[in-house]
Design a protein around this ligand. Structure first.
Ligand code: ASP
Length: 564
């Protein structure tokens, strides 16, 4: 005997008269003069069971698992439930078996605003909600679509190790001790970056993986310790060929999810332009309100603050602000690192006709100025733009803007006063900087690119260095001695000296992508078993201390045990 011969959400008017067996969870139960009505639920939906008020029907409680057998009957016209796909029928049950009981529930499935830690503690219950069912299934739908695209384009799924040497992606490593070699550690891969490059040297030509990556960073809406990437690498590929593959994956996932896909090709914006116009390397381009440049026109200003500042930029906001609102914005600007935030209406008396005419501020709008280092102007006005757009409700909810940011700097200043990579150390310089980047790291641009969706960075990639001397020059700029290079990356340098093809690739955060596709505010909502901000797993209680004997075997002594 089969447990079921039809799913709960499948029955329709034309099934009336059939004898069926269904199995699922008791969603709701109502007693009505000698009859019990039960909504039975599985992942396809719900169906109404009508039961005689017998002993078994009486015992039913929410979330009991039952099997019911009976006849499908059409409901009377006034009993049809238009909100239920199966609402035109019900099952007159003559056989009912309780397969599994449930203790009283810590929360009801239809309860709103259940504390998230409680949801995660009882994730198996939370997973039964429509929201989590839809989100977890969307994961599968999107990933299947991406795999189809990769397959059609000849990508080969190659498994790479999780336990490896540290691969620097700019985060801390998670370490794994090794019993056979006490005192030594593997790092859990922050990404398969170097393995995928070695696959190119190995002639795989087109590699991909939906891989797990580990990074020891503070947890946030878009960040967990472990997360998945669509990780890919292509030999003999130009930048736009890599971007084309990624766009096909995005569009494929949108289509599979039944969403209108974004137009291709996605527009490209240089890093310099993104910083100038939007004050961010992941600009939200669903709305305008772009930052304006005023450094030229204010160079000889009578207004000392403008005249003496290396950079002057402003934002025109379609609103006027009260004194209180203006000082609140000034406070925010200071928190973000500005010395102040000038409102044009307060400083116009110090400005020339020429300056005023160039700003082009209409009646009912306000121009807000920051005069500072270029990076401060960009950052503060970028934050302000987003803050005010949210506050003034300027962001349309129903548009999807995908775009690329290209031509990032190759290096950025490091904390110790030297230079470090902006993304990772394997990104190739733009060809025109190849000869000069070592002497002039500050000006060098790279072949790095980012994919942005409505202001969320979905992923990054680059054309890589495939030439050992260039790779060594990058390491030198970062202050690495020959010896350090050899000890940390000797295997890469060797590989680059044994026939490395030009290559490039990309990695997209799958969880971020799916969270946005699902319209969720954070990746925990699309992850089956995520951790909370403290780094705890409320379900299993991990992480936990380990007995001393076990640690001793690994050569580890805990110096400051955490209270449990
Ligand atoms: N390895 C990079 C990352 O994980 C992506 C890439 O350059 O392909 O962010």
């Amino acid at each position: 005997m089969a447990w079921r011969d039809v799913m709960c959400g499948e029955l329709r008017a034309e099934d009336a008269g059939k004898r069926v067996t269904v199995a699922g969870w008791t969603d709701t139960r109502r007693d009505h003069g000698g009859l019990v009505f039960v909504d039975l639920r599985d992942h396809t939906g719900k169906v109404q069971l009508v039961l005689k008020e017998t002993g078994t029907a009486h015992e039913l409680r929410n979330e009991f698992v039952v099997q019911a057998e009976g006849e499908v009957v059409a409901r009377a016209a006034d009993a049809v439930n238009p909100n239920l796909a199966t609402g035109e029928v019900e099952i007159q049950v003559d056989e009912l078996r309780i397969l599994s009981r449930s203790t009283p529930l810590p929360f009801q499935l239809d309860e709103e605003n259940v504390d998230e830690t409680l949801r995660l503690r009882y994730r198996w219950l939370d997973m039964r909600t429509e929201r989590m069912q839809a989100n977890l299934r969307l994961n599968h739908t999107a990933i299947s679509a991406i795999r189809r695209v990769m397959d059609e384009r000849g990508f080969v799924d190659v498994w790479t190790p999780s336990m490896t040497r540290g691969t620097p992606e700019g985060a801390r490593d998670f370490l794994t001790p090794v019993r056979l070699q006490p005192g030594k550690f593997y790092a859990l891969a922050q990404s398969p970056q170097l393995f995928k490059q070695l696959c190119m040297v190995g002639g795989i030509d087109r590699y991909y993986q939906i891989c797990t990556c580990w990074r020891d960073e503070d947890l946030r809406a878009d960040r967990q310790f472990e997360f998945r990437q669509l990780d890919l690498e292509m030999a003999f590929a130009e930048r736009d060929e890599v971007l084309d593959v990624m766009e096909a994956c995005v569009v494929g996932a949108f289509e599979a999810a039944g969403r209108r896909p974004p137009q291709r090709p996605f527009p490209q914006l240089t890093y310099a332009e993104a910083m100038l116009r939007f004050g961010s390397d992941k600009p939200d381009m669903r709305f305008g309100m772009e930052i304006q440049e005023a450094t030229e026109v204010t160079r000889d200003s009578e207004f000392g603050v403008f005249k003496n500042a290396p950079c002057v930029r402003y934002l025109v906001v379609p609103k006027t602000f009260s004194r209180a609102e203006q000082s609140r914005l000034e406070e925010l600007a200071k928190e973000w690192g500005a010395k102040g935030l000038a409102n044009l209406s307060q400083i116009s008396k110090f400005l020339s006709e020429r300056e005023l005419a160039s700003f082009g501020v209409e009646e009912g709008s306000t121009a807000l100025f920051v005069a500072d280092e270029e990076a401060v102007c960009a950052r503060v006005l970028g934050f302000l733009r987003l803050h005010l757009a949210n506050e003034l409700d300027l962001i349309p909810g129903d548009v999807d803007v995908f775009h690329w940011v290209v031509d990032f700097p190759l290096f950025e200043p490091s904390e110790d006063g030297g230079w470090t990579f902006m993304h990772h150390a394997f990104t190739a310089p733009n060809p025109e900087y190849e000869a000069t980047f070592e002497d002039d790291p500050a000006s060098a641009l790279s072949q790095h690119y980012d994919l942005i969706w409505n202001g969320w960075e979905l992923g990054s990639g680059s054309i890589r260095i495939h030439d050992a001397p260039v790779q060594q020059a990058v390491f030198r700029v970062m202050g690495m001695s020959e010896e350090e290079q050899r000890s940390k990356f000797g295997y890469l340098l060797e590989a680059l000296q044994m026939g490395a093809p030009p290559h490039g690739g990309f990695a997209m955060g799958i969880d971020r992508f799916i969270a946005k596709l699902a319209g969720e505010p954070d990746i925990r909502q699309v992850t089956a078993f995520p951790k909370i901000a403290s780094g705890d797993d409320p379900l299993t209680g991990a992480p936990t201390p380990y007995p001393d004997e076990a640690l001793q075997e690994l050569g580890i002594r805990v110096i400051a045990p955490q209270p449990e």
